[in-house]
Design a binder for this molecule. Structure first.
Ligand code: TXA
Ligand code: MG
Length: 362
């Protein structure tokens, strides 16, 4: 089915459409999945690159299309609780509590793997990461195909996660069979990945469900920080968080401080970069950039939303990084959110996207 250079078909649907299994876009995508093909699907977080999780050849194609190393395991997506035993051997009580509270939604839980699930999905690990997405289109497709779907974010390995079908096509056109286009995603950053099998539970990747929300259900969780001098990926609690990711081509400069720090950095960088004929990209919260800064020229702005509304900034973050990362822009300036609520996930993505963490203080 998948061949390098295949034409990638775009199916367009809307969450408010009839999404029954007979709907042509859903039915065709289900058929492609049954034949072992790859489809980029919308979820509430980011677009995922989906294949039948139970088909080892289809799973291998995901790794090939993304250029993803075989040691980085995939998340399996289900549409009902009944589907979980097809991929996981058991669901301990704590995991069950969390699933009942947060599914469908952006929480991924590690569970003991079922022997029926191909080893490639979990990169040979004994656990499988499972989530039930909230996006009606994702759920309709999983239900119509009646298959658990393995799906990492639909970007080339190490790049910025896609929040629109156009983002997907910009990196994967001709490498996947189809993209199911349901418009921009709602949350904008990926799911929270939690290992509930450890005591205390280990938060492997902050995301759409906040640490505070999880702790309200299960008590304190521990925040995973991967070793800086990583041993073998196989030896890590989770390999994904240990690698540089979400990287724009331009240099990303993170500002630890608020509006004044951003304006000062803008002046400094416009001065030094402007001399070399370069532009400075700015992820600018609403109302932060004043007339003087604008009038000085040399900047490209992306309006990221209301500061401290981390959910809104999260929805715009990846689209903003992509927008600002254009030829001629050598530096992108971005203020760092605080670590509360969804801010924790935004900080995580930004710190991992920055080539070096330059915290520019006033
Ligand atoms: O929101 C999301 O989670 C999106 C959408 C498409 O569902 N998916 C996503 O997948 O972000 P991906 O592959 O880009 O990130 C999955 C992360 C990686 O960091 C991976 O290392 C980790 O989860 N992971 C997956 N299975 C694991 C396992 N068994 N043990 C430890 N970490 C695991
Ligand atoms: Mg990813």
């Amino acid at each position: 089915m998948y061949l390098s250079g295949v034409r990638t078909v775009r199916f367009t649907v809307s969450s408010s459409d009839d999404l029954s299994p007979e709907t042509p876009a859903i039915a065709e995508c289900a058929t492609i999945l049954h034949r072992g093909g790859l489809i980029a699907i919308p979820t509430e977080t980011v677009y995922g690159l989906a294949a039948n999780a139970l088909d080892p050849a289809a799973v291998m194609r995901i790794f090939e299309a993304k250029g993803r190393p075989a040691w980085d395991p995939l998340i399996v997506h289900v549409s009902t609780f009944e589907m979980v035993p097809r991929v996981a051997a058991e669901s301990p009580a704590l995991a069950q509590n969390l699933a009942e509270r947060f599914w469908p939604g952006p929480l991924t839980l590690l569970l003991p793997k079922s022997t029926r699930l191909p080893n490639a999905v979990t990169a040979g690990r004994a656990t499988v990461a499972v989530r039930m997405p909230a996006h009606p289109v994702a759920r309709a497709l999983i239900a119509a195909a009646d298959l658990p779907l393995a799906a990492p974010s639909a970007n080339r390995f190490g790049r910025i996660s896609p929040t629109t079908a156009d983002h997907v096509l910009s990196e994967l056109d001709g490498r996947i069979d189809a993209v199911l286009d349901a418009g921009a995603t709602e949350v904008g950053v990926e799911s929270t990945v939690l290992d509930p099998l450890r005591t205390p539970p280990l938060l492997l990747r902050p995301g759409g469900v906040t640490r505070e929300q999880i702790e309200a259900v299960v008590g304190p969780v521990e925040l995973y920080s991967p070793p800086t001098h990583a041993p073998e990926p196989e030896a890590l609690a989770s390999p994904g968080p240990a690698v540089r990711h979400y990287a724009p081509t331009a240099r990303l400069v993170l500002l630890d401080g608020e509006r004044d720090a951003l304006l000062k950095a803008a002046r400094d960088y416009v001065g030094s970069e402007g001399e070399r004929g370069n532009y400075v990209g700015i992820m600018a919260p609403d109302g932060w950039i004043d007339e003087t800064t604008l009038a000085a020229g040399g900047i490209v702005l992306f309006a990221s939303g209301a500061w401290k509304d981390w959910a809104q900034l999260g929805r715009n973050l990846f689209a903003g990084l992509r927008y600002l990362d254009k030829p001629g822009v050598s530096v992108i300036l971005c203020p760092l959110p605080s670590a509360e609520g969804m801010g924790l996930a935004l900080r995580d993505r930004l710190v991992r996207a920055a080539r070096t963490v330059i915290q520019y203080r006033q």
